[in-house]
Ligand binder design. Structure first.
Ligand SMILES: [Zn+2]
Length: 351
């Protein structure tokens, strides 16, 4: 399918999603869109080039048939993205521009008001450039996570599964199971590609020294950096006041549950690489939570900390049973997903 036809199909998809109630499903950004500045257009094309190169790297190691995937940006402001399947073989990943602009501005603001989000950054506050670089790197990690999440929906066969078994596609447990799988796979991809760039020296070659030392000075710092980015992203949405019944009607697992799940998978994936170093673990998950929460408070983030406390309370009470429900369902649909997966065998269930 040629690009203009793909773009037409994507716009039709977004329009119908908007009609069905997703008010942030807005049309694709066009190259000549005057509502964006030159600088913003430039940022988007750099992002697209980066995501395309992540995609190529992923595909280069894949076994079996590799699908065509078209990457584009839409005008939505919320931190949302979509993956789509057209005519059984054409895929697209569409990312809202909010995932690029809003998140970077927010993280820059957080670091400015509370540099401790990044351990030791305070000592570098006289070099505003380091703050900017750190904000850009963290927001790129968020964007990569969002991208890998959508890519996992495609490569792990979720879209084909939903199409084949459309009669049950409204089943919320099916949806939540696929979302949990996409999160876990996205973390595996994100940690994997970052470690790869770390060990081959590519990270060091592309990042100014002071920022590199702060964020990736040791492999432990690298994992804390990824965890911080994921924490910021998923924490933004924690407004759920979950009950046993309300959990069952969500299209995604509750955000607090995704948050803990993602931090956990990141730590597991990291230890699977069995990087035994002499460094002590400098930054604990507890530090990450404390620093990010303080930064949200300093920038007057609209979500009340009380909601977060509630979400954590719910997490402890409700999520283990819900987690079991999703895991059990995953085991049930695993043979189908494995058959429908692109590029070889499905990854071993991560949760
Ligand atoms: Zn998803």
């Amino acid at each position: 399918m040629d690009n203009s036809l793909i773009r037409e199909q994507i716009n039709r998809y977004l329009e119908s999603a908007n009609y069905r109630g997703n008010k942030d499903a807005l049309p694709l950004v066009e190259d000549n869109d005057t509502s964006l500045t030159h600088f913003q257009h430039d940022m988007l094309s750099k992002c697209k080039a980066r995501l395309n190169s992540l995609l190529q790297k992923k595909i280069a190691t894949a076994v079996g048939k590799v699908p065509d995937i078209y990457i584009a940006f839409s005008k939505g402001e919320l931190l949302q993205a979509h993956s789509m399947l057209f005519d059984d073989e054409n895929y697209a990943i569409v990312i809202n521009i909010g995932c690029v602009f809003a998140i970077q501005n927010m993280i820059a603001d957080m670091l400015y008001h509370h540099p401790n989000v990044i351990w030791d950054l305070e000592q570098h506050t006289q070099i505003p450039e380091t703050q900017q670089v750190c904000a850009a790197i963290l927001s790129n990690a968020v964007l990569d996570f969002i991208f890998f999440h959508e890519l996992s929906h495609i490569l792990n066969g979720h879209l084909r599964y939903k199409k084949e078994l459309a009669t049950r596609s409204n089943d919320k447990i099916i949806k939540q199971t696929l979302e949990f799988d996409a999160d876990s796979q996205a973390i595996v991809y994100l940690v994997g590609t970052t470690l790869d760039a770390y060990f081959t020296g590519r990270l060091k070659a592309t990042i100014p020294e002071s920022s590199y030392n702060l964020l990736f000075g040791s492999s432990e710092r690298l994992i804390s950096t990824i965890q911080t980015a994921i924490y910021i992203f998923l924490r933004i949405y924690i407004i759920d006041d979950n009950t046993e019944d309300s959990i069952m009607v969500l299209s995604h697992p509750p955000f607090a549950m995704r948050l803990f799940g993602c931090l956990d998978v990141a730590a597991q994936k990291f230890s699977m690489h069995s990087i035994i170093s002499d460094y002590p673990i400098e930054i604990t998950t507890g530090n990450i939570v404390k620093n990010v929460e303080q930064a949200f408070l300093k920038i007057g983030f609209p979500i009340e900390t009380q909601d977060f406390v509630e979400a954590v309370k719910n997490a402890l009470e409700l999520f283990p049973a819900h987690h079991d429900r999703i895991s059990k369902h995953y085991a049930e649909i695993y043979p189908d997903l494995n058959r429908l997966k692109h590029c070889g065998k499905l990854a071993v269930p991560q949760f």
